[in-house]
Ligand binder design. Structure first.
Ligand SMILES: Cc1cc2nc3c(=O)[nH]c(=O)nc-3n(C[C@H](O)[C@H](O)[C@H](O)COP(=O)(O)OP(=O)(O)OC[C@H]3O[C@@H](n4cnc5c(N)ncnc54)[C@H](O)[C@@H]3O)c2cc1C
Length: 406
């Protein structure tokens, strides 16, 4: 179904947004035999964040033949440690999880965003069934049989299915009349990379502080990335601070566990907010990535959830061989994504708020939770499995339940 008439182009599937979620969707759909059009500017080459992707997301990258090119830039996450760095009355015990406890080589891998986006983009360019258009969509108009888009260059595209991968302020989502619940946090994530004297032993350490988490994630060699969630005033101070002074503060905060350090990259600030849509698909439009969920960077969730969006998208599109945007496909996607996204959004929000809260009950609840995780091995294994693959913790604990499940 590819025909052109003046500047009106008719397509089956259009993806709006060329960030990691949009590119992964394009690769996964073409892998299933679809032709897709991917519209959006090139990704930001100056994104200095790194992304921790857990093993199911790595398996997904493998399934779309992307992992082999990314792996040389990635670093295994073999252990994860949570340390209570607050000075509160009730402090939680340190908890360390090892991938070997659940017979895995690693929980996942940490990948610099610039490398991840470059590899995805190279692969997108190499696939003939992906039409890549470096333009932005000005307007989206959903109709009963297609969504019409006007590009800023003037061309008009019509598509039976629109995949909205246009990020947290998705205009495609608004055009589909999908309402959202939005909230903001009094927090900014300051991110940068640093070199250190001692080995990280492939361990990520998350310090819980009164302002939010302070998370070191290993990179290749004696290097790590840091996501320091701070109140906006402190964040502003950190962003303009002399690098030697910043290095000294980071060293102290990390209790010198990596020895002396030096800051390798210019710090960047990312104000934190949350968003959840009331629907995940409507009017021939399916939401993926940050168009479908936004929350603070705790426990590496965002793009991991994005890969699950794409996996669900592939299954949903398989529901109708003739019309990839039919109401049947839209309903299937909305129904399937709802529990996972709502559960993750709720748990990340609750954990973040328990850190910010000076209320004793919130501190006690967090303390009891971490103490139980530290002491009860089956609970630890359950928690780790469930964190990696939703549903797998239950499946392992209750084999008879999983056998009976349809
Ligand atoms: C500090 C921080 C650390 C994080 N760490 C992790 C982590 O360790 N692990 C993890 O899984 N997640 C992490 N995340 C979350 C992760 O970064 C996001 O989930 C991910 O970047 C979202 O990708 P996306 O493609 O949905 O959105 P984006 O990367 O925002 O891409 C949206 C794209 O849409 C394009 N666009 C917008 N409007 C239009 C239009 N009108 N027409 C065409 N194109 C348009 C934009 O140009 C952009 O390229 C972190 C987030 C933050 C803030």
């Amino acid at each position: 179904m590819m025909q052109s008439q003046n500047n009106i182009h008719i397509r089956d599937i259009i993806i709006s947004g060329g960030g990691p979620a949009g590119m992964m969707a394009a690769l996964a759909l073409t892998d299933q035999g679809h032709r897709v059009t991917l519209i959006g500017p090139a990704t930001d080459h100056d994104d200095r964040r790194t992304t921790a992707l857990m093993m199911p997301a790595i398996d997904f990258l493998r399934s779309i033949q992307t992992w082999d090119s990314i792996e040389p830039t990635a670093t295994a996450l073999k252990s994860m440690r949570i340390i209570d760095g607050t000075s509160r009355l009730i402090r939680s015990p340190t908890v360390t999880f090892h991938a070997s406890e659940i017979d895995e080589h690693a929980f996942g891998y940490n990948i610099p965003n610039a490398a991840l986006n470059k590899k995805l983009s190279d692969q997108v360019s190499s696939i003939a069934h992906i039409e890549r258009i470096y333009d932005t969509v000005e307007t989206y108009t959903p109709h009963s049989d297609m969504v019409e888009m006007q590009l800023s260059g003037g061309d008009i595209y019509k598509s039976r299915l629109l995949i909205a991968a246009d990020g947290r302020n998705s205009a495609a989502r608004d055009a589909a009349d999908i309402k959202t619940k939005r909230w903001s946090y009094p927090q900014t994530a300051v991110v940068f990379c640093f070199s250190h004297e001692r080995s990280h032993h492939f361990t990520s350490t998350e310090f819980h502080t009164e302002d939010g988490p302070f998370t070191q994630v290993p990179l290749q060699g004696n290097r790590s990335s840091l996501v320091w969630v701070a109140n906006p005033a402190l964040a502003q101070e950190l962003l303009t601070m002399d690098k030697d002074k910043l290095a000294r503060i980071v060293c102290e905060k990390m209790q010198y566990m990596l020895g002396s350090i030096s800051i390798d990259t210019e710090p960047q600030g990312w104000p934190l907010s949350g968003l959840v849509p009331h629907q995940f698909a409507a009017k021939r439009t399916i939401l993926i990535g940050e168009a479908a969920h936004v929350f603070p960077p705790i426990g590496a969730q965002g793009l991991n959830l994005g890969t699950r969006d794409v996996e669900t998208l592939i299954r949903a599109v398989g529901n109708d061989r003739f019309d990839p945007g039919s109401p049947k496909v839209i309903r299937a996607y909305d129904r399937s994504r709802r529990p996972d996204i709502l559960a993750r959004t709720g748990s990340v929000d609750a954990l973040n708020r328990s850190l910010l809260s000076s209320m004793l009950p919130a501190q006690i609840a967090r303390n009891i939770g971490l103490e139980a995780l530290r002491r009860v091995p089956p609970l630890r294994a359950f928690f780790v499995r469930e964190g990696l693959r939703p549903g797998s913790g239950f499946a392992k604990c209750l084999p008879s339940f999983s056998r009976k499940a349809p």
